[in-house]
Ligand binder design. Structure first.
Ligand code: SF4
Length: 344
C-alpha cells in the first residue's frame, strides 16, 4: 500500500512506511499458497463478470446502506433491506432475491443490540518495523459488530449469500473468524468473548461459534488469541516469501478462481503413477474440477438446444445432456450409434 500524507508528515526520518495486507489475500495463501500467489499475479485478469459475485456485492452493499439509512436501528434496517431487495438491477433481480431473502428476518434476531461497526475497515499490527521494512498491519472489514449488555462480550455477524452452507464447525475454523476476532481485540481491548454468526442468507440457516480469546486451547497455556496470532503469522510468512506450493483438495480447487493458471492444471506435466502416485493424485484432483467446469459449460450450451461436435464430427453432445444422467454416458459417437443401428 502507498505511503499516506500522514506517513510523509509524521513518521520519523528514515523509517519505512507501514505495509498493509488484507484478510482475503492472506486467506488465499493460508488455503493454498499457489492460489494466493496466482491471484496476486493475475489480479487484473480476474475482474469478475460472473453473476454470483455481483449478486453477493449487491446484498452486502444493500445491507450496509440499510444500516446507515436506519441510523443503526436494526429493526428499521431490516425493513429497509426487505423493501429494497426487489429493486435490484433487473437482470440479476431474481438471483438477488434468492440470495438475500432471509437476511431481513435474520437481522431481527439482533434488534435489541446496538451497532458498533458496520463494514468498517479495522487494522491490527502483526510485525513491528525493522530497519529495512515498515510495520506490517492486517486489515479486515467485519460486516457487522454489535454490543451486548456485557462490556467484555460482542456479537459479530457475517452474511454469506452463496451456495456454500457453513456449519458451526466451519464457523469456528474459518480463517475469516480468526482474523476478525483477532483484529477486533485491538479495536476493543476489553473484549474476551465474541459470538460469531455466519448468516447463510440464501438458505436461512446460521452457523455459530463462541470465541473466548483468553481461553487456553493448547499446550504451554496457549490462549485462543495467541493461536489466532500464530495462524495469521504463518499465512503472513507464506505471503511474504511468495510461496507457490500447491495444496490441492477437492473443496479448495472447487472454488479456486485461478485454477486455469495452476501448475497442476498444466497438461504437459508428465503423469507417471508408478514413479509418484502422490503427484498423480494431486493432478487428478485439479483435473477432476477442470472436467466439472467443462461439463457445466457443455450442459449450459446444450440447454439452449445446441449440439456440440468434436473436430472430426464423430463425437458430440446434444440436448440429452439436459437430463440428469452420467456425464460420460451422454457423449455420443458414430461408432456407438452404428453399433446400436446394427444391433451389435
Ligand atoms: S486449483 Fe487447487 S491446487 Fe491449484 S491453485 Fe487452486 S486451490 Fe491450489
Amino acid at each position: 500500500m502507498t505511503e499516506t500524507m500522514y506517513d510523509k508528515m509524521f513518521k520519523p526520518e528514515g523509517e519505512k512506511p507501514p505495509e498493509y495486507v488484507d484478510r482475503s489475500t492472506l486467506e488465499a495463501f493460508a488455503k493454498c499458497p499457489q492460489q494466493g500467489y496466482l491471484i496476486k499475479q493475475h489480479e487484473k485478469e480476474l475482474v469478475c463478470n460472473e453473476v454470483l459475485p455481483v449478486v453477493g456485492s449487491f446484498v452486502h452493499q444493500l445491507a450496509k446502506e440499510a444500516i446507515e439509512f436506519a441510523d443503526k436501528n436494526i429493526q428499521e434496517a431490516s425493513d429497509y433491506f426487505a423493501e429494497e431487495l426487489s429493486k435490484a438491477r433487473p437482470d440479476i433481480q431474481p438471483e438477488v432475491i434468492r440470495a438475500g431473502r432471509h437476511l431481513a428476518n435474520q437481522l431481527l434476531r439482533f434488534q435489541t443490540n446496538a451497532v458498533l461497526i458496520c463494514e468498517e475497515q479495522i487494522t491490527r499490527s502483526i510485525l513491528p518495523a525493522t530497519p529495512t521494512k515498515g510495520e506490517l498491519l492486517i486489515t479486515t472489514k467485519p460486516d457487522l459488530a454489535l454490543a451486548t449488555n456485557k462490556a467484555d462480550t460482542i456479537i459479530v455477524l457475517d452474511w454469506k449469500s452463496g451456495w456454500k452452507e457453513r456449519t458451526n464447525a466451519d464457523a469456528l475454523d474459518e480463517f475469516q473468524t480468526c482474523v476478525i476476532c483477532w483484529a477486533l481485540k485491538a479495536k476493543y481491548p476489553e473484549i474476551n468473548t465474541l459470538h460469531f454468526y455466519y448468516l447463510n442468507t440464501r438458505r436461512g440457516t446460521i452457523a455459530y461459534a463462541k470465541i473466548e480469546l483468553n481461553k487456553i486451547v493448547g499446550p504451554h497455556d496457549l490462549t485462543q488469541e495467541s493461536a489466532f496470532y500464530s495462524r495469521i503469522l504463518e499465512a503472513v510468512k507464506l505471503w511474504q516469501s511468495e510461496n507457490k506450493e500447491a495444496w490441492p483438495e477437492p473443496e479448495k480447487c472447487q472454488t479456486c478462481p485461478v485454477l486455469k493458471f495452476c501448475e497442476l492444471a498444466d497438461p504437459t506435466i508428465p503423469l507417471d503413477f508408478q514413479k509418484s502416485p502422490d503427484k498423480f493424485l494431486d493432478r487428478y484432483i485439479v483435473a477432476d474440477e477442470e472436467l466439472s467446469r467443462m461439463e457445466k459449460i457443455l450442459v449450459d450450451a446444450c440447454k439452449t438446444g445446441r449440439t456440440v461436435y468434436n473436430t472430426n464430427k464423430d463425437c458430440w453432445f446434444d440436448d440429452s445432456l439436459k437430463r440428469k444422467q452420467p456425464f460420460r454416458a451422454s457423449l455420443k459417437s458414430r461408432k456407438i450409434e452404428k453399433d446400436i443401428d446394427s444391433g451389435e
